[in-house]
Design a protein around this ligand. Structure first.
Ligand code: URA
Length: 344
């Protein structure tokens, strides 16, 4: 759930409370005796770091907007947006949602020109300017599909994603968490979205869940460095909230394209969220885990499929260690599938 902070309500601790011109609260404070300007500079530095810490706190808590002191009619504002942002002619229509989404988007020839990095049509009043929040709509998903489809390599895809402004999560995340692992990995793991540690380091699964994942990999004879790890959503949602269905839809083409480009022998969904997002199967993870399916790679792969399975998310296992026995079964099955694929 989103939170909003009321403009003008930020309160600072006593000694750092300042007026609107950022003057020190007590100009007679001479504790460091460096003259008035040094005191002012020191006061401003403290205020600025206190404000940064406070903003960081609000963002981490899920605040993603300001409440203005004067109310504005958001419905009236949004009425101008759809017309201004209609998809241009020539952009393919979004495929219908649901099980059909199991079919991955086709891999195609790179285009002659640079792919669009934002939702297509020119926005009214700069609503889609770089770094500005967007109102998610189908045209953003179409733009994401087009951008992902035209990336011919993982490096190109990472670059494309770093320039893509269609997902508002980018505005609050510190970094793009693209992936970790070699392009020719035989097994690929897909989680839901990065957490705080991942956001800070720009790498997936490096926090506590990641450390557990590393140990689980080791238990079946896989080193972290030989597997490919990514997430459905590459930006940390504020406060670690669940990504919204729109955010997931917008980001999905990029993870599907990663699967197409890596073409692992075995694909593992870490947790129900990524399994549902990428297979369309709606069962809960406790029913879904351990059930293997053949995931079609899309028409360009000429009917090729990937062996895929869901298992329990390491974060869930940290909370419910008793469930590790099921994850252990899944990991043994993953090991067996890899051995089978290599004929050993
Ligand atoms: N949980 C996820 O789903 N992904 C990460 O990268 C970290 C934790």
């Amino acid at each position: 759930m989103s939170l909003a902070v009321k403009a003008g309500t930020i309160a600072l601790p006593g000694a750092m409370r300042h007026n609107s011109r950022m003057e020190p609260a007590d100009p007679t404070d001479r504790r460091h005796d460096d003259g008035p300007s040094a005191t002012v500079a020191e006061g401003e530095r403290k205020v600025s770091s206190a404000l940064e810490a406070l903003l960081d706190f609000y963002i981490s808590a899920g605040a993603d907007g300001w409440l203005e002191l004067e109310p504005s009619d958001a419905f009236a504002l949004s009425e101008t947006v759809p017309a201004a942002r209609a998809a241009p002619a020539g952009v393919p229509a979004a495929p219908t949602a649901g099980p059909a989404a199991r079919q991955m988007p086709p891999q195609s020839q790179p285009p002659q020109s640079q792919p669009p990095m934002r939702a297509p049509a020119a926005p009214a009043q700069g609503a889609m300017a770089a770094g500005a929040a967007v109102v998610p709509g189908d045209e953003v998903v179409v733009a994401a599909r087009e951008a992902a489809r035209t990336a011919a390599t993982l490096d190109a895809l990472r670059e494309t994603l770093s320039r893509f402004d269609g997902c508002n999560l980018k505005l609050t995340a510190k970094s793009l968490v693209f992936a970790d692992g070699p392009a020719n990995a035989r097994v690929m793991f897909v989680g839901e979205a990065p957490g705080r540690e991942e956001d800070a380091r720009g790498l997936p699964f490096v926090g506590r869940s990641g450390q557990l994942l590393d140990r689980m990999l080791e238990a079946i004879g896989l080193a972290r460095g030989e597997v490919y790890i990514t997430n459905v959503v590459p930006w940390r949602p504020p406060g670690n909230r669940t990504p919204s269905p729109q955010e997931t839809e917008i980001c999905k083409p990029f993870v599907l394209r990663q699967i197409e480009l890596v073409q692992p022998k075995v694909l593992v969904f870490l947790g129900g969220a990524s399994a549902k997002a990428l297979t369309g199967v709606q069962d809960g993870i406790l029913r879904l885990r351990g059930r293997w399916l053949d995931l079609p790679l899309g028409p360009a792969a000429q009917g090729a499929t990937i062996r895929a399975v869901a298992t329990l998310h390491p974060a869930y296992l940290l909370r419910s260690p008793v469930q590790k026995r099921y994850a252990w079964r899944d990991f043994l099955a993953i090991r067996a599938a890899l051995d089978e694929a290599s004929g050993t």
